[in-house]
Design a protein around this ligand. Sequence first.
Ligand SMILES: [Mg+2]
Length: 252
Amino acid sequence: MTDRPLRIEAITFDLDDTLWDNHGVMVATETGHYAWLDDELADWLRLRGRMPRQRFAERFPLESFEQRRRALARAHPLHRGDFTWLRERALREMLGEYGLDPAAAEQWAGATMERFMALRHRVAPHPEVEPLLTSLGERYRLASITNGNVEIERLSLGRHFPVAIAAGAMLAPKPDARPFLAALARLATAPARALHVGDSWREDVEPARRLGMQVAWISPHVDHTPMPPGVHRLDHVRELPELLTRLTGRPH
Ligand SMILES: [Mg+2]
């Protein structure tokens, strides 16, 4: 509860686990695109009369793909948050070691990433999100700020966000302040007049709070620890209008 009503002009949103549950779609994407590569590559090699001793996914199980990405992130710290780059690079390396020439490895890595991105965008936003963004968009300037590789423009929800920041691709993943500052600059809003909505304490709450933004922390785990000033815990993004009513003193 705030005594003095706040003037809020803009709202920035994290995406994964804020506007939708991300776990199911990530699991389906991870296993789905890798199985696609394994099947399609086996067919392609067979048609060329090449029968490797092991299939690709036998030689490089899914865990080794993950290890490869972690090693690449350590070797290229600037790219550590650019998951698309790390994935494509890891695939190219493994396909090369599997015996593909560099051009074929690049082509297969690219095709696999297309498959990955198609599956990755099969997210199911919470049903309340569409009407929520429609009504908030009438009163506030909205932006998305994600570390993940969902391109919000590819979803119908994208039309609600005139500003969309891909923090990993700009090589400054949250908690870096730069994606927040970029969003605020493009929304022409001072931090004190903006609210950030996100589920991660480290990547959303802390950096937004340090900049002086208000923060709605989406956390279904009831926690009776008092929140620092400016931080408001919500069970679900659907509770945002009530919070905005409390903060601004105007009904939502
Ligand atoms: Mg999140």
